[in-house]
Design a protein around this ligand. Sequence first.
Ligand code: XUL
Ligand code: CO
Length: 436
Amino acid sequence: MEFFKGIGKISYEGKESKNELSFKYYNPEEIVMGKPMKEHLKFAMSYWHTLTAGGNDQFGEGTIVREWDCLTPMERAKARVKAGFEFMEKLGIEYFCFHDRDIAPEAETLAEYQKNLDEIVDVIEIEMKRTGIKLLWGTSNMFSHPRFVHGAATSCNADVFAWSAAQVKKALEITKRLNGAGYVFWGGREGYETLLNTDMKLEMDNLARLLKMSKEYAKEIGFDGQFYIEPKPKEPTKHQYDFDSATVIGFLKTYGLDKDFKLNIEANHATLAGHTFQHELRLARINGMLGSVDANMGDMLLGWDTDQFPTNIYDAVLAMYEILKDGGFKTGGLNFDSKVRRASIDTDDLFYAYIAGMDTFAKGLRVAAKLIEDKVFENVVAQRYASYTTGIGKEIVENKVGLKELSDYALKLHGIENRSGRQERLETILNNYIFA
Ligand code: XUL
Ligand code: CO
């Protein structure tokens, strides 16, 4: 059965093409910096936003009706699998990501729910074999159900901690069964609303405990996929413990978990934290923890996570710049944690959305590669910090001097000369690379 009728395989036609259902920049097999674009970009479909989202928000019900909506819960879940794989095949997307709850309906008991999951995983496994599409990462939804009202691993209720552990255990087993390259922890409700009722120390210790147990269990079952934490500063809780890259890196180091995790950086989460997307990626990169990316964008005028498809070329260039400088994705990829707007109710809106995101990142990749090949920023940065390559600067970075030696040196200085940061010149150069 075909779900997306009337839409065939989307192919690369180049920027002159007038066919809206074609790629203008994403040419999967084209070689950029020694490898095909598709291997650089590793696009993934988010199961939740693509197959289960219905357009509902805090103020209104769902607006989007899909063909599978009229089916019974398990039949609907199976139809979604088929639709998802058809969608990915048509777009040439080779990876997907899911939460346990996205793929199968919850049931009265945990055991029944797990049975539902197994039944759907069977169908997913068949589709993966048929198409060659792979699992980028799996995760567990421990935020939607009312039981997580006080959090999951950080809940004040130990039964909820136990339930969360059971959910992660099963999600890890599924992810291993589907040969997932990674596993994500996004702490949806791992935060607080008020400190007046919160034992912050216990909550953070418990969060680390669950992560440790998960790592141990993964080892036990032979799952060697990469573990990630996805930072987000707020929403749904007022304060989320995984606030941003810097906070997560500090947290992991405090609990001795920094060798076991990398970061999954989401663009809209970066902006919610008051950072640029590039800032979050840079911080992860320089700490050797850049793992994967949730590609989307927020609306600068709205203070929440709008999860829009990324069409901002400036951000895409700078994100790809950081990813290329990190040597490219290893286990990670670009997961479109993005959803169509509530008013985008047609089925083909999904195709337009993904094409827009994929073309934006493809162009971003091309521009970033050219910037790196031409060493545009590298030369500028090298020159800017040249004072650390000789003389007193060299002694500083080689840890050969202390306050006394530096004071002796400074006392002999006759005025200090600084050079221009040349920001506007650099912004112009960057624009010219984009416009080219
Ligand atoms: C929520 C979010 C999640 C994670 C996976 O803001 O980004 O969908 O990516 O749980
Ligand atoms: Co995300």
